[in-house]
Design a protein around this ligand. Structure first.
Ligand code: NCD
Ligand code: ZN
Length: 346
């Protein structure tokens, strides 16, 4: 019996497209299946002003595969020097959709991030007033905090005070990896949602560390214990509108991943929808896939759902390549560790 599922064209609410030759190579991997994506601003140098975002958007448009029904949703990288008026003007002009908070030093290219939340308070208040959402990389960076605890500590030290001080600010806690974050998001009746990546629904920290170190499973926030993965699965497959897909597909070349100090990031744009159909089916929740990938995100952002659809069909294993060849070098595709039987037709 053929199993087929047609859903609204999905969106990716957290995506790294990079720039130059890497952008050229990875963009079609997303536009093939997705209608929109929030494009991360952590370039070198970062996308900090409305003018930067407009210029980056033009480079993405120039790399766009012909006729792709895809809209990049741009964002600004919040720094302690960010001008609230520029943010609000860029949002009003339709140049940006959101702003990104990176605690300084939290992850790849986050050196210009925020050290002192008090310094960005006026910008956050202007954003709340103008309805500009804030996407948070939710990890503290203090050297004394264990890397596996950084997300939970962020909730107590940064997120909760922020939401108390600026309650009208629309917040997205990105790529949540813990039961603590899931529980916290579920306590909010408004102005808080979370994205979950494909890989955090599939791997736990054993995948990174048991039987030899696996650099291609290393990303930030780092995958946690199995009990946390289960909490993420429960949230993603529940249909709860506060949870939606942000793949955090983050390409790095193999030489940059496979070295003494390997970069953080999992590249999953190519096979994400096949991976998700597999795990949702496993959980007996295929009927909740569309909410997670295509409905909850637009509802939270106040955007219409995509017009088009994609159709997933279960059959023989899909032959995804192991690597994407790019002008900067090969990029290894996320290996879920099981055959992918769900084919995607867009
Ligand atoms: C991202 C990257 O490579 O830009 N890496 C990652 O592990 N997720 C940065 C980020 O989103 O944290
Ligand atoms: Zn990311």
């Amino acid at each position: 019996m053929t199993q087929t599922l047609t859903i609204r064209r999905p969106d990716d609410w957290h995506l790294h497209l990079r720039d130059g030759a890497m952008l050229q190579a990875v963009l079609p991997e997303t536009t093939r299946h997705f209608g929109r994506a929030i494009v991360m601003p952590n370039l070198v140098p970062p996308v900090v002003t409305g003018a930067d975002a407009a210029a980056y958007r033009a480079r993405i448009d120039a790399a766009m595969p012909e006729g792709a029904p895809f809209e990049p949703l741009m964002m600004l990288y919040l720094t302690e020097e960010t001008d609230g008026a520029d943010v609000v003007a860029a949002h009003k002009a339709g140049i940006i959709t959101a702003v990104k908070l990176y605690p300084a030093g939290a992850t790849t290219n986050s050196a210009s991030g925020v050290r002192d939340m008090a310094k960005v308070r006026p910008v956050l208040e202007a954003m709340a007033e103008a309805g500009v959402p804030l996407c948070c990389h939710g990890e503290v960076t203090d050297a004394e905090i264990d890397i596996f605890d950084r997300e939970a500590v962020f909730i107590d030290r940064v997120l909760e005070p922020l939401r108390r001080d600026v309650p009208e600010l629309k917040v997205i806690m990105e790529h949540v990896t813990t039961r603590d974050a899931v529980d916290y998001v579920q306590t909010a009746d408004r102005n808080l949602a979370a994205t979950i990546t494909t890989h955090h629904l599939i791997i736990n920290r054993n995948h990174i560390l048991v039987g030899g170190i696996k650099p291609h499973y290393y990303c930030l926030p780092v995958a946690k214990r199995e009990e946390h993965r289960k909490a993420l699965m429960a949230a993603a497959t529940s249909g709860d509108a506060r949870f939606f897909l942000g793949t955090d597909s983050a390409p790095h070349t193999d030489p940059n991943k496979e070295q003494a100090c390997g970069c953080a990031g999992v590249f999953s744009a190519t096979n994400t929808m096949s991976c998700l159909a597999h795990v949702f089916e496993d959980a007996g929740a295929l009927d909740k896939l569309e909410a997670f990938t295509s409905l909850n995100g637009p509802a939270y952002y106040g955007l219409p759902v995509n017009e088009g659809t994609i159709t997933l069909t279960k059959g023989d294993p899909v032959a995804y390549p192991d690597k994407l060849m790019t002008g900067e070098g090969p990029v290894t595709l996320f290996d879920p560790g099981f055959p992918l039987l769900w084919h995607v037709e867009a």
